[in-house]
Design a protein around this ligand. Structure first.
Ligand SMILES: [Zn+2]
Length: 96
């Protein structure tokens, strides 16, 4: 069994992915244009689309996750938003 991240820690691998570089070597960009993704890295040979429809599942899961976040977060944040707003208003204008 191959080691996670090719034996490298998660930090550098995720940093390369978030900077839209090849997660293995960081030598090439993931995208050729705004939406056109390169098929793979010419330097290290890593295939970016690892199977047919590889990115369809994660996009759907992220959509569901953000949808749930969009419902839960405002409810959870409601009390904090009022407390934060009151504190900010009091700080700016102590006497009403
Ligand atoms: Zn590479």
């Amino acid at each position: 069994m191959a080691a996670l991240g090719g034996g490298e820690g998660a930090g550098p691998v995720l940093r390369r992915g978030l900077s839209l570089r090849c997660p293995r070597c960081g030598g090439t960009r993931l995208f050729r244009g705004w939406f056109a993704m390169a098929p793979g890295c010419p330097l290290c040979g890593l295939r970016f689309e690892r199977a047919q429809g590889y990115f369809v599942g994660p996009v759907g899961r992220l959509r569901v996750l953000w949808g749930a976040f969009g419902v839960v977060f405002p409810i959870w944040f409601f009390r904090y938003s009022r407390g934060l707003w009151l504190a900010l208003e009091y700080w700016l204008n102590p006497e009403p």
